[in-house]
Design a protein around this ligand. Structure first.
Ligand code: YH5
Length: 292
């Protein structure tokens, strides 16, 4: 029952895990935090304030000062109900920000996109990591990631943001998502993406009911069987709001609780808005997990 609790660093390889991003390395031998930088004008959490370059840069600098190991820049809103965004619009939002961050920050920049052209332009502008909520299923994305040779996170999503929360369905949520990620790993390997460059993410909130999210979270430790570093993003998400009956502005404590529980179950990268608080939770949980 508590097998995961007593399995610190179950894979010896995880204790010296370093991702090689161009020009920088991302050391995940200790779990780290990925700071979220939304550059969408409709972004719920920042009201679009971070579209201006100076504000985006200041926010990123602050997150790095608070201990973020990597900054995730996203120009497509993928929250439930969000509409699709054009390639040009996404490029206009993210490329200037990535160029500025690359020059100013001592940590890698991640591009949160599903579009091959955005992946290519972002890496050319200095991004060293691809975070794809569609797990390289869009046209050309697999080939782009293979050519760009940067680490890539493959996330599970059922459906598309516009309608994904309407009626999510699984035979068995944990095994269905394990099967999906195993298959994407296989496809990536076949496309020439080295396994050492791939991270996996079960995709909390992406086509999942409250019960699905909670069950997935309880059994997160099972994803260790895929033998890839695990990224988890739960920060401020609706299922926390549903349990705590809190609006998005009051989900910090719930987010922190889940960050600690995710690390305890083997997650090595926690995607979060509130970096200072999340770094402390992650560090504490990592210390307990590594104890004898
Ligand atoms: C993720 O889990 N999530 S964008 C709705 C919210 C709060 C937050 C209504 N990109 C993930 O953060 N990438 C996003 O409250 C991601 N994993 C990875 N790898 C959605 C988001 C959010 C949505």
């Amino acid at each position: 029952m508590l097998d995961w609790f007593y399995a610190p660093m179950s894979k010896p390889a995880m204790s010296h895990l370093t991702l090689r991003c161009p020009g920088l390395s991302l050391d995940l031998s200790q779990p780290g935090v990925m700071g979220i930088l939304n550059v969408t004008p409709d972004s719920f959490s920042d009201g679009g304030r971070f579209v201006p370059l100076a504000a985006a840069l200041a926010q990123a600098r602050q997150m790095v000062a608070e201990g973020a190991a990597i900054i995730d820049v996203g120009g497509e809103s993928t929250r439930p109900g969000a509409a699709a965004v054009s390639e040009q619009e996404e490029l206009d939002r993210v490329i200037p920000v990535i160029e500025a961050l690359r020059a100013a920050l001592p940590v890698p920049v991640s591009i949160d996109t599903s579009k091959a052209a955005v992946m290519r332009a972002a890496v050319a502008a200095g991004a060293g990591f691809i975070n794809d909520v569609r797990a390289l299923r869009e046209a050309g994305a697999l080939a782009a990631a293979a050519e760009l040779k940067v680490p890539v996170c493959l996330m599970h999503m059922q459906g598309e943001p516009r309608g994904m929360q309407a009626a999510p369905q699984y035979d068995e949520v944990v095994t269905d998502i394990l099967d999906f990620l195993r298959e994407r790993l296989r496809v990536c390997e076949q496309a020439g993406i080295a396994r050492e460059r791939v991270l996996l993410d079960p995709g909390f909130g992406f086509g999942k009911s409250l019960a699905h999210n909670l069950s997935l979270f309880k059994h997160l430790h099972r994803f260790a069987e895929l033998e890839a570093p695990l990224l988890v993003g739960v920060s401020r998400k609706s299922f926390i709001g549903a349990v705590l009956e809190r609006p998005v502005t009051q989900r910090l404590y719930g987010s922190i609780a889940l960050a600690a529980l995710a690390v305890m179950q083997g997650a090595v990268l926690i995607r979060a808005h509130d970096v200072a608080a999340t770094v402390q939770a992650v560090k504490m949980a990592a210390a307990v997990r590594a104890a004898r």
